[in-house]
Design a protein around this ligand. Structure first.
Ligand SMILES: [Zn+2]
Ligand SMILES: [Zn+2]
Length: 319
């Protein structure tokens, strides 16, 4: 058994005590579609999280390979009610044109007939306008050649310029809140998803930020990012700059300890390495988190689903 997988199992075991024994087959589910950072990894796709609540399906960020992950779940790429962006780092947006264009193709995996709905911070309109320009040739070809419905390739963009409710439909409410991802990385937001009395908080990309703690107090599920590296590597210029934009496992543990979610989960694993400095293992990450937090904890994997029940959060890999 590979060390990485063994470590993941250890993390799962750590979380078991915090899980309700019989979480109901719920109508509020959150699935990690991609758990990586910009690092190109075959096992971890770019950052993206699917929220399913009642009949609503909303994507938070659209990283590399996310259309593949959606279809692995059997969710047609054209089925999304909205795609929400937290910020403009390319690891969070690289999958956006793929979702837009592939979701329009008249197949079981595409099939969108209504406009592609994108909600994001100020600047999102410029991004989607740019996509229309960049992919105009493909759009024109498919309109005349495949006769795909013209409405399905429209983009309905909504921008927000401060925290607040940005999506409220079918009982699912999503609220953006500002977080600190670094001096030059603005705008930047975390997200709160609420449905039928249950609450899930996504830190988004952030340094240690008490605003995440405030939002996550009493949440059913807190999904937090992290950044880590070998101590020697973390002193080098580029690594130091990157890590300054993320929370260490120890810092995330402080957020978890204060907010006390029913379950805390890591995603967006920034695990820097080079030839001389292998990245810390998942066991190392758990151990560092345990310096500040003793509660239910998991390290996310692609396609890991959390079923947010009334009595607890159940988790499993959905494939
Ligand atoms: Zn990122
Ligand atoms: Zn970022």
């Amino acid at each position: 058994m590979k060390a990485r997988f063994r470590a993941a199992l250890a993390a799962l075991a750590l979380s078991a005590a915090g899980l309700a024994p019989a979480a109901q087959a719920g109508d509020f589910m959150v699935t990690l579609l991609g758990t990586a950072s910009p690092a190109p990894r075959p096992d971890r796709s770019g950052p993206s999280t699917l929220i399913e609540a009642g009949d609503q399906k909303v994507l938070i960020d659209a990283g590399r390979n996310v259309p593949v992950r959606l279809w692995q779940l059997g969710v047609p790429i054209g089925r999304l009610d909205a795609t929400i962006l937290t910020h403009f780092h390319s690891d969070h947006t690289a999958g956006l044109p793929d979702i837009w264009l592939t979701g329009w193709i008249a197949t079981p995996y595409g099939g969108r007939k209504a406009p592609f709905r994108v909600i994001g911070p100020t600047g999102t309109q410029a991004l989607t306008d740019g996509l229309k320009t960049a992919y105009d040739a493909d759009v024109q070809i498919r309109l005349v050649d495949e006769k795909n419905p013209p409405e399905g390739i429209e983009i309905a963009t909504t921008e927000f310029d401060q925290g607040g409710v940005i999506f409220d439909q079918g009982g699912l409410k999503i609220t953006a809140f500002e977080t600190d991802h670094g001096e030059h990385i603005k705008p930047n937001y975390g997200m709160v998803a609420e449905y039928d009395g249950r609450k899930v908080v996504l830190s988004g990309d952030t340094t240690f930020d008490p605003r995440v703690t405030e939002q996550a107090r009493g949440a059913d599920l807190l999904i937090h990012e992290l950044g880590t590296a070998h101590p020697d590597l973390s002193q080098q210029d580029h690594a130091r700059r990157v890590l300054a934009h993320h929370a260490t496992p120890r810092q995330a543990g402080e957020v978890f300890a204060e907010a006390q979610p029913k379950l805390a989960v890591f995603t967006h694993l920034v695990m820097l390495s080079d030839k001389a400095h292998p990245a810390p293992s998942l066991s190392d990450i758990v151990a560092e988190t345990r310096q500040t937090y003793g509660g239910p904890l998991m390290i996310g994997e692609d396609l890991m689903t959390f079923d947010i029940g009334r009595d607890g959060v159940a988790s499993y890999i959905r494939d």
